[in-house]
Design a protein around this ligand. Structure first.
Ligand SMILES: [Zn+2]
Length: 97
């Protein structure tokens, strides 16, 4: 189990692009896994299954990229609306005269 997931690449931290690393947490009987950023300490919630831990971490990075994309889309939409509105005012004012 360990060897299988060691090959899986951990994506860099979504906050600081720092190096992510595996953290082993043990209670009396259960082993928990957690992925933590070595730079800022951002971490996934501990999970018994290493696989889910990995999925969460890598999905977090993916989500972060999606959010950035949406923010750009919204930003460009706003700029477009402002330009369109200004042009509309300019042409509208021109027609009145
Ligand atoms: Zn970090």
């Amino acid at each position: 189990m360990t060897a299988k997931y060691k090959k899986e690449r951990l994506k860099p931290c979504p906050c600081c692009s720092g190096k992510a690393e595996w953290v082993e947490l043990t209670t009396k009987e259960v082993w928990f896994w957690q992925i933590s950023c070595a730079c800022c300490g951002l971490a996934t919630i501990p999970d018994e299954k290493k696989f889910y831990c990995l999925q969460r971490w890598n999905r977090r990075d993916y989500k972060y990229k999606i959010n950035t994309g949406w923010m750009l889309v919204i930003l460009f939409s706003l700029i477009f609306i402002v330009i369109a509105f200004s042009l509309g005012l300019a042409t509208g004012a021109g027609m009145i005269k």
